[in-house]
Design a protein around this ligand. Structure first.
Ligand code: HEM
Length: 167
């Protein structure tokens, strides 16, 4: 039986137009860029973010250059434990000026973390050499390492802390 296409039938004409339209959409997909971030598949492929997400540069800090990152200006909050600098900005409620752990913001928090203490003598003045942590007990060192593990799993490591005269 020969297959014949009768375009005279309104249904066939409509189908043909629909097929041509669909093929045209496949071959020439619409490329308009939506003005807002799409939340559905429809525009997913043609969306480009307006800007690159903020990046964090790993860099060297000294006690003096770390100190301004204490969140008092509403900016980034950093703290160091045993030479490792963590970006704790995401936990402004802890480390911001009104936070329970705000004393550690912008500082070398090693000794306070080791001894589980907020006492001011836990913090080495920023113009003095780094705390060598020489007189800590083994269990205090272990406690400090536990905090390093906790912070490493939660925050971005964004630098190292070195002596003021090392850079
Ligand atoms: C009255 C005593 C204390 C209470 C009631 C307390 C309470 C808490 C609570 C509830 C959390 C968990 C917060 C959360 O993950 O949502 C926390 C985390 C923490 N605590 Fe304490 N704490 C106390 C003493 C201390 C002391 C003496 C230190 C000194 C080192 C300390 C350092 C920290 C740190 C560093 C965190 C982790 C924060 C983070 O994940 O960024 N806490 N504390």
């Amino acid at each position: 039986m020969a297959l014949s296409l009768d375009l005279g039938t309104p249904v066939n004409t409509a189908l043909l137009i629909y097929i041509l339209y669909s093929v045209q959409r496949l071959v020439f997909p619409p490329t308009s860029i939506p003005s807002t971030v799409p939340n559905e598949f429809k525009h997913g492929y043609s969306w480009m973010p307006k800007a690159h997400p903020p990046t964090v540069l790993f860099r060297t800090y000294t006690p003096k250059t770390l100190a301004p990152f204490n969140g008092t200006d509403g900016g980034r909050i950093l703290l160091a434990i045993k030479g490792i600098v963590f970006d704790v900005t995401a936990a402004r409620n802890f480390y911001g000026p009104d936070g329970m752990y705000g004393n550690f913001a912008g500082r070398d928090a090693s000794r306070g973390m080791a001894k589980q203490s907020f006492d001011t003598e836990m913090l080495t003045p920023i113009d003095k050499p780094l705390d060598k942590l020489a007189n800590l007990r083994p269990d205090e060192i272990e406690n400090m390492k536990g905090w390093i593990d906790h912070f490493s799993n939660k925050y971005v490591i964004c630098g190292e802390l070195v002596e003021n005269d090392a850079v």
